[in-house]
Design a protein around this ligand. Structure first.
Ligand code: MG
Length: 390
């Protein structure tokens, strides 16, 4: 049972990453409305200790075993009386903290799946930034949210934007949604130049400052592919209703087209504080952390079609949506393996899509009836993907 409180009490999983840092800016600006009660990170425990001191947080989780041991050995770094937990079990415990109202899951990859399901089972509102969770197990996450009557608030900027545009509009009136893509680091690069891309090139994103995995995914447009799958699942759409367009300025985050051809769009500057604040304060609106758009200056908004020949990972993502079953999970697993190999200098940039395509062709698709089957497939797909790295 949630204890009624004037403030919303927030648990932040992934406190030291890029989403985490922006969430802390939102929390610091709205201390009268939001209270941080639990934090966790993969391994940066010293940073967690600093956050715990700054926000007076008493529940802290460290995922990595070695880092957890180091944190325990230096307990004086944390506020007196800090409850320190470790590993995945620790993250799950934080996701179910009795005093929490909202759990924001912003951990890299699919590590956040168990904590996300635990939060929903405990009836917490789930603010979800880790798109891989829905790509892997969307059917089961959505079912858990329905079963426990929990609110699922998308934090990914495009999905938060769709959520805002759809509010108050019956689903039957929606023709399609259009997610915008900046186009990533290689938006204007010709196909032959893409063969020689280095990890350093791929990590230069034109508009957003994010972690390395998602920045590479933006450069390959796999990020947009994952987002289309995420949107289909979050909003209960058919594959053909989920589309993408290149929009280099990253000001318009989505467009929703209704049956009559009218479109609603959501606009704000490219800072994650906007969707994070919307999700945490929903349905309240309060002054933002970053400045709004300034129309006293020239503001050009440009849209162009996506070139799926240069960026085959978007085409492959659409194919997995049509195929259904575990295909999106296989796509995600193979992409994670391939991106890690690219960042480690083991495979060239263009091999990322090849590894994903080959993995999809070599893992049998089926309709999973339980989460365990999806996790087994995820593991299998990673092993298959590794055989294509050579
Ligand atoms: Mg996004």
């Amino acid at each position: 049972m949630k204890v009624p409180s004037a403030k919303k009490r927030v648990v932040l999983l992934g406190a030291t990453g890029s989403i985490g840092e922006n969430t802390l800016r939102v929390l610091a600006a709205h201390r009268d409305r939001l209270e941080l009660v639990g934090i966790a990170a993969h391994s940066k425990w010293e940073k967690l200790a600093a956050i715990a001191r700054q926000f007076d947080v008493r529940h802290v989780g460290v995922f990595d075993n070695q880092a957890y041991a180091a944190a325990r050995a230096d307990a004086a770094a944390f506020p007196a009386g800090t409850h320190l937990v470790g590993g995945l079990a620790g993250l799950v415990e934080l996701a179910q903290l009795p005093e929490a109202d909202t759990v924001l899951v912003a951990v890299v990859g699919t590590t956040g799946l168990d904590p996300a399901l635990a939060a929903l089972a405990a009836g917490k509102d789930l603010a979800l930034a880790s798109k891989e969770i829905l790509v892997l197990a969307g059917k089961f996450v959505m079912a858990a949210a329905r079963k426990h009557g929990a609110k699922l608030l998308p934090v990914d900027s495009e999905h938060n934007a769709v959520f805002q545009c759809l509010e108050g509009h019956p689903q039957a009136g929606v023709r399609r949604i259009v997610l915008t893509a900046s186009g990533g680091a290689f938006r204007d690069w010709p196909a032959d130049r893409l063969a020689h891309v280095t990890p350093a090139d791929a990590l230069k994103h034109p508009n957003w400052s994010m972690g390395p995995k998602i920045t590479v995914d933006s450069a390959t447009l796999a990020n947009k592919g994952l987002e289309l799958i995420e949107a289909q699942c979050l909003f209960g759409l058919r594959p053909e209703q989920c589309t993408a367009v290149i929009h280099p300025q990253s000001i318009v985050h989505c467009l929703v087209e209704f049956n009559d051809g009218a479109m609603l769009a959501q606009l704000c500057p490219p800072s994650m504080t906007f969707p994070i604040q919307h999700a945490l304060l929903h349905p309240e609106r309060a002054p933002g952390v970053d400045s709004a758009l300034d129309f006293t200056k020239l503001l050009g908004l440009e849209f162009r079609p996506v070139d799926e020949d240069r960026f085959p990972l978007l085409r492959l993502a659409k194919q997995t949506m049509v195929a259904g079953g575990v295909a999106p999970a296989v796509y995600n697993a193979a992409n994670e393996v391939a991106v890690a190999a690219f960042l480690a200098g083991q495979i060239p940039f263009l091999a990322i899509s090849r590894v994903v395509e080959q993995t999809l062709a070599n893992v049998k698709n089926f309709e999973p009836t339980d989460l365990a089957a999806v996790l087994v497939t995820d593991d299998h797909a990673r092993r298959v993907a590794r055989t294509f790295l050579k």
